[in-house]
Design a protein around this ligand. Structure first.
Ligand code: EPZ
Length: 417
């Protein structure tokens, strides 16, 4: 079982390039299924979940290749409409193939998606919307059977701005004879990236980034080359490490506007934040202060994916931070591991109260999910002594060789086989 060894308590210094966004790449790979012609995706991150998404397309009858952060997808001959249970269980975003498969083959059979153990993660909003738009859905024996003659026009009012449901509805309607409106749509930047990708192929979608998205179905799509957006949570992970360890780091290739709230919070905690057109610099040469209250909410609120890494950056802050995790019901699995390092954290349901310590100590810790695992790395970088992080299969789903990123910034960190 491989693991990451860290000798902590070293300042970070230097510049790194941001990786392509996992949460933009996965829906975009699913959407490429809608196109009978070739899709070339550049800045596509080299991640386990990306490889799993490409594997799903191969098993459906498509042909994919991946090299040097470029994915080539040819979905001309799709002759299956089911996704195997093992691939569905391998990641949550396997559910994003439901819309494209139905659009392409007029039917689909999937089991329930897997993913991080951060909550139940039902897909009821996806299925409710699909039923409203003319898809027959039957859930039996742990599988979901979908079929349709044709997609119906209509207005879907989401009771919660679900990222995945928004993306699935966009992909279901993009190639159809229907006109669909999504009200209370998710506004994450990854939704806009999906709209841009679909429209570059010839789709007619507008409103992504706002709470109302309009899809006017088209007959077919054209060959495309598309550059995937930067990963804002990867960037936030590096910023949080710099705030935790001290130092002077630059992350290049980011869109500062997408990071505005997180950067203002780090600045409010005492970090020195400067940014240009496509980079952000974080300097931190003193102990940061607690943030008072941090509440996760849909974009443009504080992202749930940044909750764990922000928590790790505040373990030795001057003062207290109260986290309220409003999106997922069990996203504090990193807390017991941080307590092993000497952190002072009390969890009660969706609340986690972090009281700043003078220092934390390295310890053997285990990642239980993707972002919680990244938080353990951030904590290990700032801890006094040695930390060994196991459960790297979770971390590798979302970070390309996380140890290389921080070694490049001067940390003593390596992966042990
Ligand atoms: C996406 O997950 C991201 N994953 C998540 O990132 C991210 O945390 C989440 O959006 C919120 O921003 C990808 O994009 C691949 P949701 P998704 O549907 O689409 C409930 C990471 O670490 N809900 O907005 O699954 C759900 O249970 C991952 O990169 C329903 O109740 O998120 C949750 O409580 C983790 N019914 C809330 O909504 C549904 O049908 C948000 O879910 C769908 C969702």
């Amino acid at each position: 079982m491989n693991k990451i060894y860290i000798c902590g308590n070293k300042k970070l210094d230097g510049a790194v390039d941001v990786q392509g966004s996992k949460n933009a790449a996965l829906p975009i790979i699913a959407a490429s299924l809608l196109n009978h012609q070739e899709c070339v995706l550049t800045n596509c991150p080299d991640l386990k979940d990306v490889k799993a998404a490409l594997e799903i397309i191969d098993r459906l009858g498509g042909k994919t290749a991946y090299q040097e952060h470029t994915a080539i997808i040819k979905a001309e001959n799709i002759h299956r409409s089911d996704i195997s249970d093992d691939l569905m269980a391998s990641m949550r975003s396997s559910v994003l193939f439901l819309g494209p498969i139905i659009s392409r083959t007029k039917k689909a059979v999937i089991s329930y998606p897997g993913g991080c153990s951060i909550g139940l993660r039902p897909i009821d909003l996806h299925l409710k919307a699909f039923k409203q738009l003319g898809v027959l859905v039957e859930e039996t024996g742990g599988h979901i059977y979908c079929s349709t003659e044709k997609i119906k026009s209509g207005k879907v009012n989401l009771i919660f701005p679900s990222v995945g449901a928004t993306e699935n509805i966009m992909m279901l309607a993009a190639v159809s004879n229907a006109e669909v409106i999504i009200a209370n749509a998710a506004r994450e930047p990854e939704i806009l990236d999906l709209q841009n990708f679909l429209n570059k192929m010839g789709a007619k979608i507008s409103g992504a980034g706002s709470e109302t998205i309009r899809i006017i179905g088209v007959e077919k799509l054209n060959k495309v080359q598309y550059n995937i957006m930067a990963d804002r949570i990867f960037a936030a992970t590096v910023f949080c490490a710099a705030a935790a360890c001290g130092g002077d780091v630059v992350v290049k290739g980011v869109v500062p506007e997408q990071l505005e709230l997180m950067l203002s919070m780090l600045s409010g905690a005492g970090a020195e934040v400067t940014s240009g057109k496509d980079f952000v610099r974080i300097k931190c040469d003193k102990r940061i202060s607690g943030l008072g209250k941090v509440m996760t909410s849909p974009y443009p609120g504080f992202p749930t994916d940044a909750q764990a890494i922000f928590m790790s950056s505040l373990l030795c802050a001057e003062g207290t931070t109260v986290f309220v995790e409003n999106i997922f019901e069990s996203r504090y699995k990193h807390v017991p591991e941080l307590i092993k390092m000497g952190a002072d954290i009390i969890v009660d349901g969706r609340l986690a109260v972090v009281s700043g310590c003078n220092f934390i100590q390295g310890a053997p810790v285990e990642a239980m999910d993707l972002r919680g695992g990244a938080a353990l790395v951030v904590a290990g970088l700032s801890a006094i002594g040695d930390t060994v992080v196991t459960g790297l299969n979770h971390i590798d789903r979302g970070y390309e060789k996380i140890e290389d990123t921080f070694a490049h910034l001067g940390a003593t960190i390596k992966r042990l086989e």
